[in-house]
Ligand binder design. Structure first.
Ligand SMILES: O=C(O)CCC(=O)C(=O)O
Length: 398
C-alpha cells in the first residue's frame, strides 16, 4: 500500500487519484483495452482460471503448535499473496460497514474542506483522499468522491477491534514472528461506477539489493517489506478488486532505472484477488499489484492493515510515506527502537478493545514488547488521537 508521490516511487493511491479521470480504461463487460486488445470478458475469465490454479486460497489452518499450516506459508511465499476465507463474521462486517458509512457521510465536500454535504463539521477533516467526479470542476458544489480514508483505528472502534482479531494475529505471528510490529492502516473505497484505479506498483522500497533482488529469501527469512492484508467488507470482483502478479515479489521493477507499467495496461500474467465479505487477502508488499477503475455496479471496501518483522523495522533507513494524515508527503527516517515500540502499543490496545466487545472470544496473547499502557479506555483513546501525537505519526514504511 503505497500512495505518496515520492521521488523514485509515486504512490498507488496518489496516482490512483491523479490518473482516475485521465484513464479511459473501463473494467466492464465487452470493453476492449487499447493496449492489449483483449476483450475484458476473456481477460477476466482467464485471470480467474489462473487464480484458481495457484493453490493460495482457503481458510486459516494452524498446526498443533499454533503455527499457520506449512502448505499455506509455502503458497504465500511462492506466489506473493494468499486469500483467507471465512475470517470475519457477518455481524462484525455489519458493524464495520455501519461505522464506515457514517465516516463517508461525514466526508468533506472538497479536499481540505471541513464541512460535509449536510453542512456539519467533519470530525476527521485531514484524513480523506478525494477526487473530483467526472465532469465537475474543482470547487464545484458537487461532493467529490472518497477514494481512501487513512488511519481508521482512530475513527472507528470496529476497525480497532478487527485489528485485534485473534485469528488474524496468530497468522501474522506465523509469518513475521511472535514479536511482529505494525505498519499502517487505511480503508480503500472504490465507489460503484466511479472507483478510481490503483496503478501498478510494488510497495517495498527498502530491503532490496542494488540490483533489485529481494533480501527476503524464498523461505521467508531475511529482511522483508511485510504484507498488506486487505480485510474485505464487500464483494471484491475482477471488475473492482486488486489484481496481483504471482511471483513478482522476488525482483524490484524500479531497480536499474526500471518502471511500473501504466494501469491502462492489462498485464497478461496478473490475476484478480477476488474476496467475499469477511475474507482477507494477504499481499507481500513487494508483489506487483494494482486495480482497474471500478465501473461496475458494486462498490469495493477493503481495510488494509499490515505488519512487519520487528528485525526488518528497527534500524532501517528509508523514505516514510505513511506517517501523515493522508498520502502525499514524505520524510527520510531511521526507525529507532523507541519509535517502533511506541507504535507497537496499538496491538495490545486493539486486543483489549476487542476483548471488551467480544468477551466470549479467547483473545490473542501478544508476545512482543511495546512502550505504553495496553489497556483500552477513554484515556488511551485520548492519547492515541492527541493532536501532534497521534499513533500514526509512527507508521512504518519499509
Ligand atoms: O486495494 C487497492 O486498490 C490498493 C491496495 C494497495 O495498493 C495495497 O494493498 O498495497
Amino acid at each position: 500500500m503505497e500512495y505518496a508521490g515520492g521521488l523514485a516511487f509515486i504512490s498507488a493511491l496518489w496516482l490512483l487519484v491523479l490518473t482516475a479521470k485521465g484513464s479511459d480504461m473501463s473494467a466492464s463487460e465487452g470493453h476492449t483495452d487499447a493496449t492489449t486488445e483483449v476483450p475484458w470478458r476473456e481477460y477476466r475469465e482467464n485471470g480467474l482460471k489462473r487464480a484458481q490454479a495457484l493453490g493460495n486460497r482457503g481458510p486459516m489452518r494452524f498446526d498443533d503448535d499454533g503455527v499457520l499450516a506449512r502448505d499455506i506459508l509455502e503458497a504465500y511465499r511462492r506466489t506473493g499473496f494468499y486469500v483467507f476465507t471465512g475470517v470475519l463474521s457477518a455481524a462484525e462486517i455489519a458493524e464495520l460497514t455501519a461505522e464506515f458509512d457514517a465516516v463517508l457521510d461525514n466526508a468533506p465536500v472538497q479536499q481540505d474542506g471541513d464541512v460535509d454535504k449536510h453542512g456539519r463539521p467533519v470530525r476527521f477533516p485531514g484524513y480523506y483522499t478525494l477526487s473530483q467526479r467526472d465532469g465537475t470542476e474543482n470547487g464545484s458544489d458537487e461532493p467529490a468522491i472518497v477514494g481512501l480514508v487513512s488511519h481508521p483505528l482512530m475513527m472507528m472502534d470496529s476497525a480497532l477491534r478487527t485489528y485485534g482479531h485473534p485469528q488474524i494475529l496468530r497468522m501474522v505471528a506465523s509469518v513475521n514472528g511472535a514479536d511482529f510490529v505494525p505498519f499502517h492502516e487505511s480503508v480503500f473505497h472504490k465507489g460503484a461506477g466511479e472507483g478510481p484505479p490503483t496503478r501498478w506498483h510494488q510497495d517495498g522500497r527498502t530491503h532490496w539489493t542494488d540490483d533489485g533482488i529481494a533480501l527476503e529469501q524464498a523461505d521467508g527469512t531475511g529482511k522483508t517489506h511485510g504484507f498488506n492484508l486487505s480485510v474485505s467488507w464487500s464483494h471484491c470482483t475482477p471488475e473492482n478488486c486488486l489484481w496481483v502478479v504471482p511471483g513478482s515479489h522476488r525482483r524490484w521493477r524500479l531497480a536499474n532505472g526500471g518502471a511500473f507499467p501504466p494501469i491502462t495496461e492489462r498485464l497478461a500474467e496478473a490475476v484478480p484477488m477476488t474476496l467475499e465479505p469477511g475474507e482477507c487477502g494477504m499481499v507481500n508488499r513487494s508483489s506487483l499489484h494494482g486495480a482497474y477503475p471500478n465501473r461496475s455496479a458494486e462498490r469495493r471496501i477493503t481495510m488494509v492493515i499490515g505488519f512487519h518483522k520487528r528485525t526488518s523495522a528497527i534500524g532501517a533507513s528509508t523514505t516514510n510515506v505513511h506517517a501523515f494524515p493522508r498520502p502525499g508527503a514524505t520524510k527520510h527516517i531511521t526507525y529507532s527502537e523507541d519509535y517502533v515500540l511506541r507504535r507497537a502499543r496499538m496491538i495490545p490496545l486493539a486486543i483489549d478493545a476487542r476483548r471488551q466487545h467480544f468477551p466470549e472470544e479467547a483473545p490473542y496473547e501478544y508476545a512482543g514488547s511495546y512502550i505504553g499502557d495496553g489497556a483500552w479506555n477513554e484515556e488511551a483513546r485520548a492519547q492515541i488521537s492527541r493532536e501532534g501525537e497521534e499513533y500514526w505519526q509512527r507508521d512504518i514504511t519499509l
